[in-house]
Design a protein around this ligand. Structure first.
Ligand code: MOS
Length: 725
């Protein structure tokens, strides 16, 4: 189905199943341990071996020699695959860092060997017996020191400009110019990367933990130099991704190579310390923001420049993205610069670009509001725009930032905020409130699905869509049930299998809207197939309560299946419509913090998010997405930071003891409100993404609340207590 005109009325609008706060249909499987994650796949007929990876102990250089003799003699060892004994594997375009092979070392903990043994413990013990002789070369590990040599990224975010920033800024009555830094961050999802590989002749099956089945399948076929069709990928349950599992990782490659060498199925899980340095992370940024305004508070000039680093051939953190679209102002510019750093690969982490970008921009807006003597909410509302400020002829498809700000301020009790910083005290705590806008673009992706209708009246949906803890199973079931007028328990959903039609996958908060739109398209075809089977006119039939209705005729849906089950398949594709209007999602975050008067410890007291993100397909799973994202934002504000060893070139705090993420107990009160809206430009579902929006702006709102509580402005994240005393 080509989506090329705005959505009109369709069966989803009935909202009898869609839009309802339905519990996850896979919830019981997960809470009872029956949902099989990558490492848990088990077939009694197979005899598994265990692979344990060895990572490079230097950040840059080459392997002179490897001595595996002691490891090979260790108990239980079956085989050892080393990178120096084979050429570089080809790197698919989605991977920057090489995953395995060859003698060159490009970053610390790059995989250099995998030991295969009868047990996990034997493999681990033997891995430590491998001796590697390295020739170390000097690397660049310090972003600030590399700023001068940073370049315009070749195929990344382009610089942008409208009007003439420099003279407009010069002429502005009130000027603001500050620089902020955000640190390297790690996805720190619950389930580490893990894969099981099994060969059957020249065919390979990989059980893994992937957000994007088809990307992995393509990239694995490049890495292993084999026919994509011979690769079968399974990833039905995923214990969190946050972008870490968008792109093929070393666990899948090592498992495949190890299984081939051992002639056995092999399990490889990346140990937790590997995650920080072997895989990807959100790159640190240095961001300079300049804002010029008249005394009336209207922005006349705005500039945002961002510096980040990555390995040679990598991409920048697109931290200026939101500044191109969030606020009005005739004279503007953004620039993104990329330095070559020899740290592990920087890449997408939840709301790449906007998440760190808003950590800076929304503090700058708070600082500017204060300079102007304006209320931070009013200042943002004053500078709202309904068109792309760089291209005023392009309007937003739907934009309700103002509605989010107003409703949030009212619900949060914003009028009780002290306009003077450091003025409110509650026992040992200084108390403050902060606000920030949330912004994240809404991307759409082609997405396919197959639907089968069986004689027993069960409709089965199959798509390679993934559920990374987001609720994909549930909203897909809701969509199919709505389209065919079936109760939810008559719908079965199978995901995460490369034998199913290629979906949008889970990334960039596009999955919810795109994957359900794909299911919508397949269900439109199913409705036609049912009509044809019953001899009804497809145009004038309706589906409700398990019945097909045409005029005064009502026939049980199951009657449409004569002999074989009905099976149809379709893919939603987007015409120019997704470019016609600017599609983005909006929100407002409000936070109240307490800061201990003696220790500087920051405690979150309450949080509110108001989100404008199109139709909400399931307010329960959407709320879970947003509160999870808000919690992640607390980490971004207060604790998350990969500490860089600038001499040796690696992330030092490579476990969850040293890399601290918040938990439920850290946040006593969270509330989420969704604006009641639809966006007919986004898809037939009229929905948009919300999972990343929920994170965007949170850290800035917290930082602004800390300022309001203490009068101390922190421009270098995270806001740790040493910066407050
Ligand atoms: Mo997201 S960073 O595209 O999983």
């Amino acid at each position: 189905m080509k989506f090329d005109t705005p959505a009109t009325q369709n069966p989803i609008d009935r909202m009898t199943v869609v839009g309802k706060p339905i519990e996850r249909i896979d919830g019981q499987l997960k809470t009872t341990g029956r949902a099989k994650y990558a490492y848990e796949w088990h077939d009694d007929a197979l005899s598994y071996a265990y692979g344990y990876p060895l990572g490079a102990a230097i950040a840059k250089g080459r392997i002179r020699a490897m001595d595996v003799s002691a490891a090979a003699r260790a108990p239980g060892v079956i085989t050892i695959v080393t990178s120096d004994s084979m050429p570089d594997l080809k790197t698919a375009k989605r991977n920057t860092a090489k995953l395995f092979g060859g003698r060159e070392i490009h970053h610390y903990h790059q995989a250099v060997a995998v030991v295969v043994a009868e047990t996990f413990e034997q493999a681990r013990a033997a891995a430590h017996l491998i001796k590697v002789d390295y020739e170390e070369t000097k690397g660049a590990f310090d972003l600030e020191a590399s700023m001068e040599g940073a370049k315009k990224p070749e195929d990344g975010e382009p610089d942008s400009a409208a009007g003439d920033f420099a003279p407009a800024f010069e002429a502005a009555t009130v000027q603001f110019d500050q620089t902020y830094t955000t640190p390297d961050q790690s996805h720190a999802m619950m389930e580490p990367h893990a894969s099981i590989a099994a060969w059957d002749g020249d065919a390979l099956t990989v059980w893994t933990s992937s957000q994007m089945i088809d990307w992995w399948r393509s990239d694995l076929s490049v890495a292993l130099d084999m026919d994509k069709e011979k690769i079968h990928i399974m990833s039905p349950f995923i214990g969190g991704g946050f972008g870490a599992k968008l792109f093929l990782r070393s666990d899948a490659v090592l498992a495949a190579l190890a299984a081939r060498a051992a002639r056995r199925p092999v399990k490889v899980a990346l140990p937790r310390p590997f995650l920080m340095n072997n895989t990807t992370h959100r790159p640190a940024t240095i961001q300079r923001i300049r804002i010029g305004a008249g005394q009336d508070g209207k922005i006349t000039a705005i500039a945002h420049e961002s510096w980040s680093g990555d390995l040679e051939g990598g991409s920048p953190e697109a931290a200026v993205q939101q500044t191109r679209l969030l606020y009005a102002g005739a004279n503007r510019m953004t620039a993104t610069r990329l330095a070559v750093l020899d740290l592990p690969e920087g890449n997408a982490m939840r709301a790449p670009g906007e998440a760190p970008g808003l950590m800076a921009l929304e503090v700058a807006m708070d600082e500017m509001a204060e300079k102007l003597g304006q209320d931070p909410v009013a200042f943002r509302i004053l500078n709202d725009t309904q068109v792309d400020p760089e291209k005023p002829e392009k309007a937003f498809s739907h934009r309700d930032l103002v509605g989010c700000m107003k409703l949030g301020a009212e619900r949060f009790g914003w009028d009780k905020r002290s306009t003077r910083a450091g003025a409110v005290r509650d026992g040992d705590w200084l108390v403050g409130m902060g606000v920030a806008a949330a912004f994240r673009n809404n991307m759409v992706m082609p997405s396919g699905a197959r639907v089968k209708f069986d004689r027993d009246g069960v409709l089965t949906v199959e798509t390679d869509m993934t559920d990374i803890g987001t609720g994909s199973y549930t909203i897909i079931a809701q969509t199919a049930a709505e389209m065919l007028g079936l109760p939810l328990d008559r719908v079965a959903v199978n995901l995460g299998d490369s034998r199913f039609p290629v979906s949008s996958g889970s990334g960039g908060q596009w999955g919810g809207n795109s994957a359900t739109a794909g299911v919508y398209a397949a269900c439109v075809k199913m409705r036609e197939a049912v009509a044809q089977s019953l001899g009804f006119n497809a145009e004038s039939i309706d589906f409700a309560d398990g019945m097909v209705i045409s005029g005064d005729r009502r026939v049980p849906l199951a009657d449409a299946i004569r002999e074989a089950p009905l099976v149809v398949e379709d893919t939603i594709e987007y015409g120019d419509i997704s470019e016609e209007k600017q599609q983005s999602t909006f929100g407002a975050h409000f936070v109240e913090v307490g800061v201990d008067i003696a220790t500087g410890e920051v405690r979150i007291r309450r949080m509110l998010a108001v989100c404008a993100a199109g139709r909400i397909l399931n307010p329960m799973t959407a709320r879970s997405q947003v509160i999870g994202a808000m919690t992640m934002g607390v980490g971004g504000a207060l604790s998350e930071e990969l500490a860089v060893d600038k001499k040796r070139g690696f992330f030092v705090n490579h476990d969850l003891a040293g890399y601290e993420v918040p938990v439920h107990a850290d946040i006593p009160h969270q509330e989420v409100i969704f604006m009641d809206e639809t966006d007919p430009m986004s898809s037939p579902m009229k929905a948009k993404g919300v999972g990343e929006l929920g994170l965007c702006g949170v850290a800035a709102a917290i930082n602004n609340a800390v300022y309001n509580a203490t009068g101390i402005r922190v421009r270098n994240y995270p806001v740790t207590l040493d910066k407050l005393i």
